[in-house]
Ligand binder design. Structure first.
Ligand SMILES: CSC[C@H]1O[C@H](OP(=O)(O)O)[C@H](O)[C@@H]1O
Length: 356
């Protein structure tokens, strides 16, 4: 299934995305032009998934910068920062949002000696680079992930860390897609992932459309398929990895990790280095987004599933303790305990690679 999760239409000054809230029933392409439309699209998960949110924010802030009508650098910088802070406020947990926006801001602050028009051109180049890197990073994560499994293995996924959460390949699905190209024929079990069903609506849709052997299960069935011996590894994505390896990912991931450890099934986090936040010491320091009750009680504000007025707790993410994680698969290798030391080695490799 070839489609672009996030595209830039530079001529029409539009950020073009698939509205993921309409999948799998309808593939609806929408064009975002204003800061409000971009903010809403991220908050409402029309575009979602840490890497895809980062790419959307990079193109989005570029388009908003284009609209800043001034030749004065200080005025441009002030307005740029206002728009950046606004987009950054849309969702708090996925570090890629702020990481991409900071990268774009650095283009502006590093080039104060250039004209505003030249800075706008440099912003476009940086946003294109962020998207290109995302594709390369995901493919490389797939290569490292493949070293952890063998043809015919059963793989369990949770939420969607697939093509729709990135620019291509996905992170947790990258080994699956690469394996499919090379005849590995994995048997995938996709958790539906309540309340917003990213696993049912997106992961099973992506994999089934790509001819992958995928079985959709309810979240409360994950332990059973592991107990049955059908799962050889768990691959999940992430939204923020703390320095000690604690990982924030879609709500329910920590339950999957506990079950996986009980049944001796390794769980691997597939994490672009852009999602590893060395400034966050442990999972306790990660801000977990809480979302509206209606997502739990009314299935996308449609079918009522619970009594009106009932109390609801709806955290969008949880934190999996580093001690439960068998390895963290990055584009510069697989990190293992002790994670802080392993991450420092991986970032050193990244630094050297970027200078090669
Ligand atoms: C490529 S990993 C993306 C990560 O983001 C998802 O969250 P959401 O659907 O709320 O954006 C989920 O946690 C995935 O693992």
């Amino acid at each position: 299934m070839e489609y672009e999760t996030v595209e830039l239409d530079d001529k029409d000054d539009a950020l073009v995305i698939i509205d993921q809230t309409k999948l799998p029933g309808k593939t609806e392409i929408i064009r975002l032009k204003t800061a409000q439309e971009m903010w809403d699209a991220i908050y409402l998960l029309k575009v979602r998934g840490a890497p895809a949110i980062g790419v959307a924010a990079a193109f989005g802030i570029y388009l908003l910068a284009k609209q800043i009508d001034t030749a004065d650098y200080s005025t441009f910088l002030a307005e740029f920062r206002k728009q950046k802070e606004y987009l950054d406020s849309s969702r708090p947990t996925a570090v890629n949002l702020s990481w991409a926006l900071k990268r774009m801001e650095k283009i502006v602050t590093d080039n104060g000696d250039k004209s505003v028009e030249e800075i706008k051109r440099l912003l476009k180049t940086e946003a294109d680079a962020i998207k290109a890197e995302d594709i390369r990073v995901c493919k490389t994560i797939g290569e490292f992930g493949l070293t952890l499994v063998k043809p015919g293995d059963g793989i369990l996924t949770h939420c969607n860390a697939g093509q729709l959460a990135t620019s291509k390949y996905g992170t947790a699905t990258a080994p699956i897609y690469l394996g499919e190209e090379r005849g590995y024929h994995f048997r995938v079990f996709a958790d539906e992932t309540r309340p917003l069903l990213q696993g049912a609506r997106l992961t099973s849709y992506e994999l089934h459309s790509s001819g992958v052997d995928v079985t959709l299960i309810c979240d409360n069935m994950a332990a059973t398929v592991m107990k049955n011996g059908w799962v050889d590894a768990v691959f999940v994505g992430c939204d923020r990895v703390a320095r000690n390896g604690d990982t924030a990912n879609k709500i329910g991931t920590s339950s999957v990790a506990i079950a996986a450890n009980y049944y001796n099934v390794p769980i691997y986090i597939c994490a672009p280095t852009s999602t590893i936040d060395m400034n966050t010491a442990t999972g306790a320091d990660i801000h977990i987004e809480e979302r509206p009750a209606e997502e739990v009680t009314q299935m996308w504000y449609r079918e009522r599933m619970a009594p009106e007025g009932v109390k609801v707790y709806n955290p969008a993410f949880d934190v999996t303790d580093h001690s439960l994680i068998a390895g963290i698969v990055t584009e510069y290798g697989i990190a293992r305990e002790p994670y802080e030391e392993s991450f420092r080695e991986i970032f050193a490799r990244k630094e050297n690679a970027e200078y090669d």
